[in-house]
Design a protein around this ligand. Structure first.
Ligand code: THG
Length: 381
């Protein structure tokens, strides 16, 4: 049952410089991430948006991807302490996807890290309060750093026509920006960081829109940026959008708090390649992570394809059972894929059952048990 109960807005649920634009585009729902509004849908269905994203270009208000800015002589030391991924060879202008783990090797975030300078980083966070963790670590370690949330509001431009659109707005230099790199571009006399990245499997960019301390000034320039992109994209069939659940599941892009939590380690989340425990850098959770690496993991994130009438986006996790009806996992993110013509989902699956091609059963919580199969991430093309 979908309820019609409204969420009461308050200052703790922060608006972004683009919220007004998103509302005038006919947003239908929001969620809250990092205490900030994230649009969840517009007039079209998730399926219509999925096809549109795969053919055209969309503009997404992902301001809730908040930045934790770390500056000062010990900035690199602090960031390295937070992640098993080695930052030794990270150059200025690069973006790194990094697991952040606690002392038990439990995942506490999976942000994108940007190196702005040798002594300046942005951690572009998923939904948990990394600013407090970083401040605690800095105080406890007596590091010489400043930590703050800057007035930065990421705006994503995603889809196959995003490069053409971004060139129209920022010039052909955009083409020189490689995947997971950023460069600085001018917008009305302000300097803006633009990266080739984004929470979709399509080509895309993220503008780390730099606003002002004063929210109303941020809205003024933010709306100009939105309008400039919108007007330049009209003949490219631009539409407002948001991270698309079908695209995200098929691409195997995980969502912190939904698909995994601090009860999970990075190896369970398929982040093995970012766990460099054999290098000499020190980080929190190194001992625990090494122990898990030597003992092996008991579950792993997998794709699941399952039968039955098309599922709408999962509200509650759907239990996964073995053929003997033992619980072996649960789908936190699931929905019907019009491309695969079946329901799809993401789930941690216990070791004896995680083999690709294994038959499983999904309890869709409507009194029915559907046949399913374990598959790879990303999903097969
Ligand atoms: N963009 C920015 N910040 C973010 C997200 C984002 N913060 C929160 C959340 N998303 C973090 N999660 C992810 C997950 C996957 C990716 C990005 C952010 C991603 N991964 C690449 C892939 O799977 O192809 C690999 C990246 C790499 O090779 O290092 O894009 O979306 N600013």
């Amino acid at each position: 049952m979908q309820s019609n109960i409204k969420l009461n807005m308050s200052r703790r649920i922060r608006r972004t410089p683009f919220t007004g634009k998103v509302e005038s585009c006919g947003v239908s729902d929001f969620t809250v991430v990092n205490h900030m509004l994230l649009p969840k849908g517009f007039k079209n269905t998730v399926e219509e948006d999925y096809w549109h994203l795969s053919k055209h270009v969309q503009i997404w208000d992902v301001s809730c991807q908040r930045q934790v800015q770390i500056t000062g002589p010990d900035a690199l030391k602090l960031v390295q302490l937070m992640t098993p991924r080695s930052l030794n060879n990270m150059e200025t202008g690069k973006c790194f996807y990094i697991p952040i783990i606690d002392e038990n090797a439990g995942m506490i975030n999976d942000p994108v890290l940007l190196k702005l300078d040798d002594d300046m980083f942005w951690i572009s966070i998923a939904d948990s309060d990394i600013l407090l963790w970083a401040k605690g670590l800095a105080l406890g370690s007596n590091f010489d750093v400043q930590i703050k949330e800057p007035d930065v509001y990421p705006l994503a431009v995603q889809g196959p026509k995003s490069e053409e659109l971004m060139c129209r707005v920022f010039g052909d230099e955009i083409k020189k920006t490689k995947f997971f790199n950023f460069r600085i571009f001018d917008f009305k006399g302000t300097k803006q960081i633009v990266a080739r990245s984004g929470y979709s499997k399509e080509n895309g960019f993220e503008i780390y829109f730099k606003g002002f301390e004063n929210y109303f000034d941020s809205v003024e320039l933010g709306e100009q940026l939105w309008e400039t992109i919108w007007n330049a994209g009209e003949d490219l069939n631009i539409s407002p959008g948001c991270p698309n659940l079908i695209d995200r599941i098929e691409g195997g892009l995980l969502s912190y708090g939904n698909d995994f939590t601090k009860e999970n380690n990075p190896l369970e989340c398929n982040l093995d390649k970012y766990c460099n425990t054999n290098e000499d850098h020190n980080f929190i959770g190194k001992k625990a992570l090494r122990k898990i690496q030597s003992e092996g993991i008991i579950q792993k994130m997998r794709g699941v394809i399952f039968d039955g009438s098309p599922c709408t986006a999962t509200g509650k996790p759907l239990p996964i059972l073995s053929e003997k009806k033992e619980k072996i996992g649960q789908i936190a993110s699931g929905i019907y894929s019009p491309r695969i013509s079946k329901n799809i989902g993401l789930s941690m699956v216990l070791k004896d059952h995680w083999e690709i091609g294994k038959n499983i059963i999904v309890d869709t919580l409507d009194g029915k048990f559907r046949k399913g199969i374990i598959t790879t991430l990303p999903f097969p093309k």
